[in-house]
Design a protein around this ligand. Structure first.
Ligand SMILES: Cc1cc2nc3c(=O)[nH]c(=O)nc-3n(C[C@H](O)[C@H](O)[C@H](O)COP(=O)(O)OP(=O)(O)OC[C@H]3O[C@@H](n4cnc5c(N)ncnc54)[C@H](O)[C@@H]3O)c2cc1C
Length: 400
């Protein structure tokens, strides 16, 4: 139903042809649910967090078992609640008093830019502070200088990594030519669907563990709007709906002001409306859901998606004055084939006393450490940064 950042902004929920605002903050007033369902929903919405023992228990059951046994509705991550562990679904529900989240202009690239600017000071003008890193452009010529202690090679695809002698050999392709370089150690920060193919001497236990990693697709859609007067009329920058049409939620982003960057915040000015879409099929095993969703997402034409989005927005917002011809300037589809690692029961802590696949991969081997966001379960920047810190520390502890 919801539970993600729904207390930090005004959210309008569509029930039939009417709207209810901020339903959990308003104790489900104005919703069509019975008193018993309202009680269960409030219990679900306010049961967040939990200690390690709770999280371990939630890793042993599906989210469907959790919400049917104890509560009523749930949330989905990559696959339907009958196929993902309850720990995954439960951890998505944010506490009622959670702080507002923000989106960087340009997305998570801001994290990467900050890291690059820290490692290679010449890569960007200005100081190492948030506003400067956000507002200056990257000097790509500075990234691969011969005498620099840190060098980054762009447009180079690694095709083979393996131990050789007392180090690691990395083979990569650039401009149609193969090159080889040596390192005393390597961190594989690319995702599992890549690492399993390019790390040539992967031990059998890690290779088998990687075979258990399955992925679900997701699609994020950005609709460029010439104005957002219709949302202003609705008194909500975010909406949720349950009509079985295209998606289930969309919202405009909270604007960020940093240094000279201060985008306009006015309902008659342009903005971007974002939809996130999961493509799951209830009742199938998680891996099958991922495969089918990916096929469906890649086989659907842009024209079909465009039509579905315009229809959905008209259905939701026509009463508030929305006119697709006048209000939509463009639509970008981001089709993301391996968006989410699927998290069936046992994903986090393993089953029957055996370690989970993610714990086995995370051990790395020899002089190769493995770090990518999916080892944390939900793929996000926080998990990616945590893994990026852990992996070199793991190598340093080996005193390589
Ligand atoms: C559309 C979209 C929206 C998102 N929104 C959010 C959000 O709002 N909040 C949030 O926290 N997270 C969000 N995420 C997720 C987050 O960006 C990822 O989980 C995170 O970037 C994963 O980090 P990573 O370091 O594990 O992998 P990546 O960021 O994927 O980095 C892996 C790098 O390895 C490189 N690589 C792969 N294979 C090779 C090879 N063979 N040779 C050389 N280089 C290679 C890739 O080019 C890439 O640069 C979003 C992701 C997408 C796609």
């Amino acid at each position: 139903m919801d539970g993600i950042n729904d207390t930090q902004v005004d959210v309008a929920y569509r029930f039939g042809s009417s709207w209810a605002h901020n339903i959990f903050a308003n104790k489900l007033d104005g919703t069509p649910f019975s008193e018993a369902v309202k009680r269960d929903l409030m219990k679900w919405r306010t049961t967040t967090g939990g200690n390690e023992d709770v999280r371990k228990h939630l890793d042993t059951i599906t989210y469907k078992q959790y919400i049917e046994g104890e509560l009523v509705v749930g949330l989905i991550c990559g696959a339907s609640p009958d196929a993902v562990c309850a720990r995954a679904g439960h951890s998505l529900v944010s506490p009622m008093n959670a702080r507002a989240t923000i989106s960087f202009p340009g997305g998570n690239t801001t994290f990467a830019r900050h890291l690059v600017r820290s490692l290679i000071p010449d890569s960007m003008a200005g100081d190492l502070n948030f506003a400067d890193v956000l507002n200056h452009s990257m000097n790509f010529d500075a990234l691969d200088k011969k005498d620099s202690p840190t060098r980054m090679r762009l447009n180079a695809s690694v095709i083979r990594v393996e131990h050789a002698g007392s180090g690691v050999t990395v083979t990569y392709e650039k401009n149609g030519k193969l090159h080889r370089t040596r390192a005393s150690a390597a961190v594989m920060a690319s995702a599992g669907w890549m690492n399993r193919h390019i790390v040539a001497d992967l031990p059998n236990d890690i290779r088998s563990a990687y075979d258990e990693f399955q992925y679900a697709p997701a699609m994020s859609v950005n609709v460029a709007l010439t104005n957002w007067r219709f949302l202003y009329k609705l008194e909500a920058p975010a909406v949720r709906y349950f009509d079985g049409g295209f998606g289930w939620s969309c919202n405009i982003r909270q604007n960020m002001v940093a240094g000279p960057y201060h985008p306009p915040l006015h309902p008659d000015k342009p903005t971007v409306l974002t939809f996130y879409l999961g493509l799951y099929s209830t009742g199938l095993p998680a891996a099958e859901q991922g495969k089918r969703g990916r096929e469906q997402m890649l086989a659907t034409s842009y024209a079909d998606y465009e039509q579905a989005i315009r229809k959905q927005m008209t259905m939701l917002f026509a009463d508030a004055g929305f006119n697709p011809k006048k209000d939509i300037a463009g639509i970008i589809l981001n089709r993301w084939g391996h968006a989410r690692v699927l998290q069936p029961p046992g994903f986090y802590y393993g089953r029957e006393g055996k370690p989970s696949a993610r714990e086995i991969v995370q051990r790395g081997f020899g002089r190769i450490a493995i770090a990518h966001a999916e080892l944390n379960g939900h793929q996000n920047a926080t998990g990616a940064l945590a893994q990026g810190k852990r992996a070199p520390e793991q190598l340093l502890a080996k005193e390589i």
